[in-house]
Design a protein around this ligand. Structure first.
Ligand code: CA
Length: 450
């Protein structure tokens, strides 16, 4: 799965949206349905239809309009799509009837965080004392961990770090009805293809009997259980570790951690290798190598790179292709990221997230203290980020769309500008750099005859 670093990195408090019942259009009455029995018409006529063919049907919700015509129209066409995709008619009709959109989900999906947190602050938040203490206790207390390590080749400390980050060791799984959240996202349309695929996968889980609708709880974005799997990850990846015949990523710690191990193994986790090592770069280092080639240790050593803790590399780690990362720029710690770092990014495609998992895992095992400290920085506001992008564009270094997101395009434009100005081209946008860029762009504008 490729999830963004959004909800983990930025904690946004917002008021839940309130639906105003006085604004809703009148409900469509069943007598209005005269069409051939498409699934959508079955939905509408649910309240007067035959009992469901499912063995023990839960109470069927009355088939009233959700009060939102966009949602009802989406639901009608989706119902046919779900059946075409192989979800049993009875399940579609039972689970979609009575469904209403959740306005909170739309608000959360649309929000844009005002401030981007510096990566060092984020990592410090990840490695809290409470979390480290709990992880250290669990690593010795959970008897199934040895078996999971042997089966999947992923060390317990990494699994415990994922568990800590995804659901606070299973304690915070999200209490949203996954079906309702995904239906809301699908009807809203911004991420319809993703949400419909996930909704069909979720309906198939219910149809399989492995989990009930009531058990299918998760985050507002549809990530479920202790592992925060999106529904399409469940069938190919979830594991019954405790042997009770069900893959229970909500209630079983053993199933959850084995499922997380399986996801990492499928994502390319390499047994017996580490995830990254902190390194020290020589003076006058060629920063164009950052986020660049994936070379074995010998090639990095030849460029003057040293391991920060001075310890030797294992044979396996030294032979593995490693990429140089400078998550907080030239002033912050540098890392050679091994293939297992990229396997963690299959869980959440964010460098900061994967670093957080790795560093937290190192702390669980008693290490993980960095030699180079994270620089202390102020958060950049959306306006800061957009003004830097605008300045780069005006100065002839195209950062792509000025959207306030500092992605690969902006980092490349920044590196090109830094090279042109004789600044170490680490591609890292600090507040100092925002100010310098804005000033230069303003001066360039005033110098232009107009
Ligand atoms: Ca089980």
């Amino acid at each position: 799965m490729s999830r963004r670093m959004d909800r983990r990195v930025f904690i946004v408090l917002l008021l839940a949206g309130c639906a105003d019942p006085s604004m809703t259009p009148p409900a469509i009455t069943p007598s209005a349905i005269v069409q051939a029995p498409t699934i959508s018409s079955i939905l509408e006529s649910q309240s007067r239809s035959e009992p469901s063919t499912v063995a023990t049907p839960p109470p069927v919700s009355p088939s009233v309009s959700s009060g939102d015509m966009t949602f009802d129209n989406w639901r009608a066409q989706f119902a046919d799509k779900a059946v075409a995709a192989g979800v049993p008619v009875a399940v579609v009709q039972r689970e979609l009837a009575g469904l209403t959109p959740d306005p909170t989900v739309v608000s959360l999906d649309r929000r844009q965080p005002e401030f981007s947190r510096p990566v060092g602050d984020y990592i410090k938040g990840v490695i809290s004392d409470d979390r480290v203490a709990l992880g250290r206790r669990y690593r010795d207390d959970l008897p199934f961990l040895s078996d999971v390590e042997q089966r999947f080749g992923v060390p317990r400390d990494v699994l415990l770090a994922v568990w800590a980050m995804e659901s606070a060791f299973g304690k915070i799984q999200g209490n949203n009805d996954v079906i309702r959240s995904l239906a809301t996202l699908a009807a809203d349309g911004r991420r319809r293809a993703f949400a419909e695929t996930e909704l069909i996968a979720a309906l198939k889980i219910i149809a399989s009997g492995e989990a009930t609708r009531a058990q299918l709880k998760g985050s507002w974005a549809g990530a479920m259980g202790q592992t925060q799997f999106i529904p399409s990850n469940f069938d190919p990846t979830a594991v019954d570790e405790d042997g009770d015949g069900k893959r229970d990523i909500w209630g079983s710690n053993a199933d959850s951690l084995a499922s997380a191990a399986n996801l990492l193994a499928k994502g390319g986790w390499r047994r017996g290798e580490g995830w990254a090592r902190e390194v020290i770069l020589p003076a006058n280092f060629d920063y164009s190598l950052v986020e660049g080639p994936r070379d074995p240790w010998a090639a990095w050593q030849a460029r003057g790179v040293k391991r920060a803790d001075g310890l030797p590399w294992t044979t396996a780690d030294a032979a593995a292709p490693a990429q140089l990362l400078l998550p907080a720029g030239a002033k912050g710690p540098a890392f050679l990221a091994l293939p297992n770092h990229f396997a963690i990014r299959k869980y959440n495609n964010s460098t900061a997230y994967a670093l957080g998992i790795g560093l937290l895992a190192d702390r669980f095992s008693g290490g993980g203290v960095l030699v180079t400290a994270w620089p202390v920085e102020q958060p950049l506001s959306l306006a800061d980020r957009m003004s830097a992008q605008g300045a780069l564009a005006r100065l002839g270094f195209d950062p792509g769309a000025p959207d306030g997101v500092i992605g690969a395009g902006t980092r490349k434009a920044l590196r090109d500008w830094q090279k042109a100005r004789g600044v170490p081209p680490d591609g890292y946008l600090s507040l100092d750099l925002v100010k310098r860029l804005s000033l230069e762009a303003a001066n360039a504008a005033s110098a232009t005859p107009g």
